[in-house]
Write a protein that binds this ligand. Structure first.
Ligand code: FPP
Length: 261
């Protein structure tokens, strides 16, 4: 058969897309910038908070698909430091949604074997939201089927600043000399020090920026941008992203023949 007669991925069913995945070539860690909730809501003539509510359904579906495929880490950008500049009403709705999500979802997360962690300057969160975060982190701390990291009040530059401060404290205490500082030492002080770097970053809604997300960790990550708005980013969209990821050569700056895996 001529290749032009082969169906394009857009014409394939979810089952066919899933069958095309190569289990050995799946990313181990996916990071997502969930963008476009507001525009989705506007298009449906709904309030922005309705867009965020629908976005939570996409989060649930990402967790389910990652678990099914054996992808071990998922990091989602739920609230950036810049998001504090949004209208007070929207911030309060987002914090309310976070509390609602954590309080209603924790039993399911435990049942699914999901460990929830957060990264960011969490001391800026309202006390009740912070309380729910700490409870969910504690209750899931023994689980490891999926490491779900939720970035909250997060900024990539702030994370690096915090790491540098920690290093300087160590130096001040006499436990660190300039020559001791190398990449792995810095990595130890990042919020994500327990996770491998993401293999794949997905950003929805057509924007093609990193927006201060995981600046250090994304150095060699494959970037995938899609016009799909976050509330519409479900199983099919994730499968398309994974197939595109598998298609790309991952060379880490070397020539292909020297890459052993
Ligand atoms: C960006 O859309 C999305 C956010 C700022 C928040 C993402 C939050 C959720 C999906 C829900 C909360 C998640 C958890 C885990 C509780 P936008 O509002 O910037 O959309 P726009 O660019 O179209 O206005």
């Amino acid at each position: 058969m001529d290749t032009k007669d082969l169906p394009s991925v857009d014409q394939l069913s979810i089952e066919e897309l899933t069958a095309k995945l190569e289990p050995d070539l799946l990313p181990k860690h996916i990071a997502i910038i969930m963008d476009g909730n507001g525009r989705w809501a506007e298009m449906q003539h709904l309030s922005r908070v309705a867009g965020h509510q629908e976005g939570i359904k996409s989060v649930r579906e990402m967790i389910t698909v990652c678990l099914e495929l054996g992808i071990n880490a998922l990091t989602i950008y739920a609230f950036s430091q810049e998001n504090w500049n949004r209208p007070v009403q929207e911030i309060s709705s987002l914090m309310g949604l976070l509390e609602y999500y954590l309080s209603t979802e924790r039993a399911k997360l435990i049942e699914q074997g999901v460990r929830l962690r957060t990264i960011g300057r969490l001391d800026s969160l309202p006390a009740s939201a912070l309380q729910w975060v700490r409870t969910a982190e504690q209750e899931t701390s023994h689980l490891d089927r999926l490491h779900l990291t939720v970035a909250l009040s997060y900024g990539g530059r702030a994370e690096i600043v915090d790491a540098v401060r920690e290093l300087l404290h160590e130096a001040q205490d006499g436990n660190l000399r300039p020559d001791d500082v190398d990449e792995s030492r810095i990595q130890q002080y990042l919020y994500t020090h327990e996770l491998p770097d993401p293999d794949l970053l997905i950003r929805t809604s057509g924007e093609t920026r990193i927006s201060n997300f995981l600046l250090w960790q994304l150095a060699y990550t494959e970037l995938y941008f899609t016009p799909t708005l976050w509330p519409d980013f479900r199983r099919r969209e994730l499968l398309l992203a994974l197939l595109e990821y598998q298609r790309r050569e991952r060379r880490f700056g070397r020539v292909l023949s020297t890459v052993s895996t």
